[in-house]
Write a protein that binds this ligand. Sequence first.
Ligand SMILES: Cc1cc2nc3c(=O)[nH]c(=O)nc-3n(C[C@H](O)[C@H](O)[C@H](O)COP(=O)(O)OP(=O)(O)OC[C@H]3O[C@@H](n4cnc5c(N)ncnc54)[C@H](O)[C@@H]3O)c2cc1C
Length: 512
Amino acid sequence: MTSGSLNARRRERELAELAAGERVDVVVVGGGVTGAGIALDAASRGLSVALVEAHDLAFGTSRWSSKLVHGGLRYLAHGELGLAHESAVERGIMMTRTAPHLTRAMPQLFPLYPSTSRAQQALVAAGLRAGDGLRRAARTPSSVLPRPRSVPAAEALALAPGLAAHGLRGALLAYDGALVDDARLVVSLARTAASFGARILTRLSATSLTADRVSVVDGVSGSTADIHARQVINATGVWAGTLTGAVRLRPSLGSHLVLAPGTVPMGTTSVNIGVPGETNRFVFLLPQPDGRVYLGLTDEPVSGPIPDVPVVPESDVDFLLSLASSVLARPLTRADVAGSYAGLRPLVEGGGRSADLSRKHAVLAGSDGLLTVVGGKLTTYRRMAEDAVDAAVKLAGLSTSPCRTARLPLLGAAPRSSLSLVDAAPRLVARYGTEAPRVAALGELDAEFAEPVAPGSDITAAEVVWAVRNEGALDVADVLERRTRLALIPSDAEAARARVAELVDKSLAGLT
Ligand SMILES: Cc1cc2nc3c(=O)[nH]c(=O)nc-3n(C[C@H](O)[C@H](O)[C@H](O)COP(=O)(O)OP(=O)(O)OC[C@H]3O[C@@H](n4cnc5c(N)ncnc54)[C@H](O)[C@@H]3O)c2cc1C
């Protein structure tokens, strides 16, 4: 096995090897969860792999999610039983085998106020029981995701102290999976792929694709090259249609607001608020391990050119604040919004409202032999990758072993019982798993690395150094926006920027 460390020096070496004409089995275009998952699947089957990403790992939609590992409950309401089951199975695989370190069970509270009719309450309760049925069918133990139950008002308030007490008659409590961070999952997938020899090349933009060749521009040097492969796979998410005519997407914008720690007293339990007039749509208050709370989510079709970084529409801010305020003791105002983010779902064209479009994924072979993989969810990335690599193997006649990712722990993964014994701060274990002691050791070698990057921040200098040496961060933006999520609150990023810049420069210089 090769090292799972990604950095500027490795990138330079591997890019030179490919630009010199070396042909690989598979080139994956796109470094989101789908592309990184495909790189891991293919490399762990013994195929030679290169992944090219125009910007940085998790630059696209994969960093703008709600960070949930869904059990597929909402698909049941659409009658998509197969998809619901697939989601529950993939959730179980991630939480118990491949990424226990990056996932946790998130309690979800559905508070019951006079505005919730008894019929609505019965509907939600039935849905939660069905969701628990999915968990059982997927063989995920209740020790990992406890069964749903009703709780009295006093317990609901103890779990989510920010809720309005007036009129609260109780709540329904269920559990779903949540990620410590979506971008960390992508980085972890890419590094695990790299440990099987995959070349993970960021700042490399594909300008044209055929079934066996990708023309690229290097965003660092400006030079161009052709990379040759037995099979090219287009995994560029919402941008997929810009590189091939074989796929038609109907992007849908989803917004979240970011509340600073302490804005809403929340504990670790999320709160789900039904959207008035809808039976299967909720707005969520999602507490994060760092104390921030994400408030989302919207679902609106958009048209026109795909922006690099989508912007939250003003109307979404009002919608989310007013719905959350309807259940909180202290209504939220715009002054409470510390940050916001929006992402584009890469939904495959079909009829109906975008909220009703299927989240199924599609593996499409163009008449030219180029494979494109789109749709799906972060939760189902592994299954998407398996289907894509199976198709590539068939199409290009590659000889390889069967998919093994359902049993392949990502770098840093270990059973939950072992994670609790890892000798490092729990916050680091939740982000780095069994690698946490190596991150902490940087701070033991050099005391300045143990310090936070800004007063009051929980991110240490050691994490920045680790990001540059091992996680492929090439500049300050990679660190602020994706390896850490400091930039989700712009003032947090500004407070840390100068120190992070100093650490990035020093760490890059130390690589040579
Ligand atoms: C608001 C929102 C909330 C969501 N919440 C959840 C959730 O909680 N749970 C869940 O399971 N799913 C969730 N999803 C869905 C999930 O986030 C997406 O399905 C998934 O991240 C898509 O990943 P991807 O890798 O296909 O696309 P992306 O992450 O967009 O990756 C595509 C990559 O391709 C790169 N690229 C584009 N063009 C080129 C080019 N020419 N050359 C090289 N690279 C290129 C881009 O830079 C990008 O990094 C959510 C989606 C949204 C929008």
